[in-house]
Design a protein around this ligand. Structure first.
Ligand SMILES: *Cc1c(COP(=O)(O)O)cnc(C)c1O
Ligand code: SF4
Length: 437
């Protein structure tokens, strides 16, 4: 793996006689993570004045600082104030501003938590928080309230509650390991955890969400790959936000993962002054697909405390999607989502492509602005569905057909249910009706 001059300089400052092998040792990187202002100044030669230091100390008291020497080496020291890596890693006094619309737990992950560590929001999949720590504390982290709070990797006992919950909840077919960063767990504990989960008969696949390829690519060791490989199908999602993060070391870690057969995805967060530009975003996405990573989500920045300086209008995200759809490979574009405050889950948003409709024609526009029509079929025999697949003409003979009741908007569309509207629980008009009855 690459060990460049900037990295050499940092390593020499950390240790008088550094070994190249130390730099690439992920545990060495964590041990020497930059957690104080003094160390940051010493390693980068960046100096802050008295006022700045006071503000920064105050910020780090609330939201701790932690940067791996590797990620530090990606910062352009000469132009650090505009550097996208610096902005994600270092932070400032802006983080102490809390708006009324911001919350410590904007997604209500704690409220949707049946047992410690599990967020069960969607019917068939759960989020399992298996570690509270990360190798680098992102300043834009949604889970700032948790990450770095107390550095801890849960014990087997603590993880067991989550495993038991999954065992006892047969509708869970997809388990998403998250955190913190799941790859902060030592190899043997990860091996144990994956083996426990993969033995549960109804779990069809496991996913890991990790920022290691971005902030500590040396974590992707041969030993780690050989452990993970035992648990296919295992999907891995990482979190690159800017093309500068795709370094030689990052590429090497991605190649190892792709060669290990893990389908790779990427989740970016749209961040003001970091990647809120169609050109930067396109460059990132192109680099990702070159490294066999499929862009998955682009997140609107959450309403977490202290993130207001990172937030963009939603229009910025739509503008970015407009510049991608049609303009570049379909598989190079993520789905832009807003994670609904209060726990509603991810809501996809994009520009509108349907301009108008009649009973037999749809008017659409394409990415070039060409307006076109699609002629619908003159006749179409609707298939009424009562969700009784045994008696259906389609006779698909699917063995594991899902005949469960539909929910939400799907339910409004279904033939098997006579619900005609979804009404808020406290609707005044209907309350009046009840009173009048
Ligand atoms: C994002 C998320 C998931 C996974 O959602 P996908 O759209 O399937 O990637 C599951 N649970 C929670 C709580 C989530 O936030
Ligand atoms: S890697 Fe993820 S969980 Fe960890 S600090 Fe960054 S955004 Fe938060």
């Amino acid at each position: 793996m690459i060990y460049n001059n900037v990295q050499k300089e940092i390593a020499h400052k950390i240790e008088k006689e550094p070994q190249v092998s130390n730099w690439k040792d992920w545990k060495w990187q964590i041990k020497h993570s930059i957690k104080s202002l003094e160390k940051f100044e010493y390693l980068t030669d960046i100096k802050f004045d008295k006022e700045e230091r006071k503000n920064l100390e105050k910020t780090f008291e609330k939201f701790p600082l932690s940067i791996t020497p590797y990620y530090l080496s990606v910062i352009d020291k000469k132009n650090y104030k505009n550097d996208p890596v610096f902005k994600q890693a270092f932070g400032g006094i802006e983080e102490l501003t809390t708006l009324e619309s911001e919350h410590a737990d904007p997604l209500s992950e704690d409220k949707d938590s049946p047992v410690e560590g599990i967020t069960h929001r969607y019917p068939d999949r759960v989020l399992f928080h298996v570690s509270n720590i990360c190798s680098m504390y992102c300043r834009h982290c949604t889970r700032k309230r948790k990450v770095g709070d107390i550095d801890f990797v849960p014990s087997k006992d603590q993880l067991s509650a989550g495993i038991e919950y999954i065992k006892n909840t047969p509708q869970v077919r997809d388990v998403l390991l998250s955190g913190g960063d799941p790859l902060m767990l030592p190899d043997d504990k990860l091996d144990w955890l994956l083996s426990e989960i993969s033995q549960i008969p109804h779990v069809e696949l496991i996913r890991i969400g990790t920022r290691m390829p971005v902030v500590l690519p040396y974590r992707i060791t041969d030993n780690l790959i050989s452990i993970l490989k035992k648990y296919h199908p295992l999907w891995i999602n990482t979190h690159f936000n800017h093309p500068n993060e795709i370094t030689a070391s990052a590429k090497e870690s991605l190649a190892k993962l792709a060669d290990g057969g893990f389908p790779l995805g990427n989740q970016s967060v749209l961040l003001a002054d970091v990647n809120d530009c169609p050109r930067i975003m396109k460059s990132l996405l192109h680099k990702l697909v070159q490294n066999r990573v499929r862009p998955y989500y682009l997140y609107q920045c959450d309403l977490s405390e202290g993130l207001s300086h990172f937030r963009t209008p939603i229009g910025k995200g739509i503008e970015i999607m407009e510049s991608l759809i049609g303009h570049t490979s379909g598989f190079a574009r993520p789905t832009y989502v807003i994670d609904a405050p209060g726990g509603g889950g991810k809501i996809p948003v994009m520009p509108n492509y349907i301009i108008s409709w009649s009973t037999n024609k749809v008017v659409l526009r394409n990415y070039e602005g060409v307006i076109t029509t699609y002629k619908e079929p003159d006749s179409y025999e609707p298939k009424m569905c009562d969700r009784d697949c045994g008696n259906c003409d389609l006779d698909l003979n699917l063995s594991e057909i899902d005949e469960s009741e539909s929910i939400g908007i799907e339910k409004l569309l279904s033939d098997s249910c006579d619900t005609i509207s979804l009404v808020p629980e406290d609707n005044e008009r209907l309350q009046r009706r009840d009173e009048n009855e």
